[in-house]
Design a protein around this ligand. Structure first.
Ligand code: NAP
Length: 519
């Protein structure tokens, strides 16, 4: 089979929802999806549609009485079977020509592109994303498919290595085996799709365990993969509670690697469990763990303060602050502190909030009642740790929390140090730029960060000393684009795998060096 010639990679263009016709089309797609709510969905284990009689109910966080669907819930026996069948099918999938695997990713991207309004609609209804946030999620899923397809072709024909006299020397990349892929709910399509297809295109078989909060989007994406030609046994869909099936999947001796994205607590647990030798396991399991953040934006005295306030508010409250890259700390030079607070307060209070399916709302709900409770508890703590500038409230049937700003927060405060994963921004005063840098780095995490300044020397200093995996200069700290901003964090933010970057696939491949004596 000859390698497909793919056009040069370009990011998927976003639909502009300020255009009334585009808004209208999205609203029609939501109405159509509403006609399809409440259905039951199967797991796919060992190539078979599977149920256990137990169901996970998925609801609309804007309106929890609306049932999005019921997904079959796997148990530990099914999780075990999924790994074992993925292990049995691995040699077949690994031997499938690279070009065929690449073709499936390109077709997956094409199907998603053709069904963008529908996928956006599922995202709006199941995860509470605004139109624009849903569009970015679907577009990123398309980008991951297109980008990893091209990267795999690169690894399939690696650069020549040094040739020893009298020998033919080669380096080839082989898949690893069974990968357990565990994504979070906050990019229920993009992260799930990206982590699954990256492992698959390398020739690994996958057991995909989506978040219990967003199983229906997972089911819809798996339908697309199958329509694109993915053999059913190459990917097991194993929806189930993380606490029930997680340990079984991670500790199974046939699991070769785990690709996890989620909280620090669960990521560290997986890392520890995977490292423990199990009888019958003949490898050191690889763990990719992309975890939380406590991301900071440093606002200097000499910057475009208006742009900085806009960047902070967008980064803090886009998708209700439920992004690992969200700005949860603004560290502001004392010379502009009061003026900055006023600007942030005004911009935050101008944000409209309500049901995600109304395009007039900039902000929707948080994901669940449990998340709302945790975030509100943090806001209570925050009120005693600083000065409430705006927000703090919660109302309505949906899981709505007002965008909340708390100023004058000490560096040792819990709301300065702990990931809240909701619409809560802590603001702290810095004496000068160097003190500001010291404060941004005072964290266990190191995922994203940004600096607003016009001073070139200070920008250079930030390049060297701001210790994060994704640094942004004079722009917001969210919105990483596949190919342009390879994504992954330092310290307790994870293994710095750089999703959407040229090295990402190496984590799911192993290099084999072959030297043949020329006779
Ligand atoms: P989470 O609670 O850690 O869950 C993530 C995934 O792990 C879910 O599929 C969950 O399944 C599963 N899980 C739970 N317990 C498990 C166990 N014992 N063994 C194996 N899997 C288990 O995180 P989340 O609330 O979904 O997502 C939010 C977190 O993700 C935040 O900390 C955020 O910063 C982080 N995040 C990081 C990145 C990044 O690139 N660094 C990107 C996005 C999000 P259940 O839903 O069934 O429990």
């Amino acid at each position: 089979m000859s390698a497909p010639t793919l056009p040069v990679y370009a990011n998927e263009a976003y639909t502009d929802f300020t255009v009334p016709a585009n808004r209208q089309r999205q609203q029609e797609a939501i109405a159509a999806v509403r006609g399809d709510l409440g259905r039951q969905y199967d797991n796919w284990i060992a190539g078979q549609a599977t149920q256990t009689g137990q169901w996970l109910e998925s609801v609309n966080p804007s309106q929890p009485s609306e049932i999005i669907g019921r997904h079959a819930k796997a148990n530990a026996d099914q999780a075990r079977l999924a790994v074992e069948d993925a292990h049995a099918f691995f040699p077949i999938w690994a031997a499938t020509p690279v070009e065929q695997r690449v073709e499936i990713l390109v077709k997956t991207a094409a199907i998603l592109r053709g069904r963008k309004p529908e996928f956006n609609a599922w995202l709006v209804l199941e995860s509470g994303k605004s139109f624009a946030e849903a569009e970015a999620d679907t577009a990123e899923a398309i980008d991951f498919c297109e980008y990893y397809a091209r990267q795999m072709l690169r690894y399939a024909s690696p650069d020549p290595i040094v040739q020893m006299p009298g020998e033919k020397n080669e380096l080839v990349y082989l898949p690893l085996g069974v990968g357990v892929v565990i994504p979070p709910w906050n990019f229920p399509l993009a992260i799930l799709a990206g982590t699954a297809v990256a492992a698959l295109v390398c020739g690994n078989t996958v057991v995909l365990k989506p978040s219990s909060e967003t199983p229906i989007i997972a089911a819809k994406f798996v339908e697309v993969l199958r329509e694109a030609g993915l053999p059913p046994r190459a990917l097991n869909l194993c929806v189930g509670s993380g606490s029930e099936v997680g340990d079984t999947l991670v500790t199974h001796p046939k699991t070769r690697f785990v690709s996890f994205t989620g909280s620090r607590e669960i990521g560290l647990r997986i890392n520890e469990l995977a490292a423990r030798p199990q009888p019958g396991c003949i490898w050191i399991k690889r763990v990719v763990a992309e975890m939380g953040g406590k991301d900071a934006i440093l606002v200097d005295e000499d910057c475009d303060l208006e742009a900085a306030a806009t960047g902070v508010v967008q980064s803090a409250f886009g998708f209700q602050g439920q992004k690992c890259s969200a700005c949860s700390r603004a560290i502001v030079h004392e010379a502009v502190y009061d003026e900055f607070l006023e600007k942030v307060k005004a911009k935050t209070e101008a944000l409209t909030q309500g049901a995600a399916d109304d395009p007039g709302n900039a902000m929707g709900p948080v994901i669940s009642a449990k998340a709302r409770q945790t975030i509100l508890a943090y806001i209570e703590t925050g009120k005693s740790e600083g000065t409430l500038v705006t927000g703090g409230g919660s109302s309505g049937e949906g899981y709505f929390i007002q965008p909340t700003v708390i100023a004058d927060v000490d560096r040792k405060a819990r709301i300065f140090q702990e990931e809240i994963f909701g619409p809560v921004l802590a603001i702290t005063k810095a004496r000068d730029f160097d003190h500001g840098l010291e404060l941004v780095n005072d964290s266990d995490y190191g995922l994203t960060g940004a600096v607003y300044t016009r001073d070139k020397t200070r920008l250079e200093k930030a390049r060297r000393l701001f210790h994060v995996g994704n640094l942004y200069l004079n722009r917001k700290c969210t919105g990483a684009m596949v190919g342009a901003h390879p994504f992954g964090g330092f310290n307790m933010s994870g293994t710095d795998s750089k999703a959407g970057g040229p090295d990402y696939l190496l984590q799911f491949l192993q290099g084999k060096s072959i030297a043949e004596k020329i006779l």
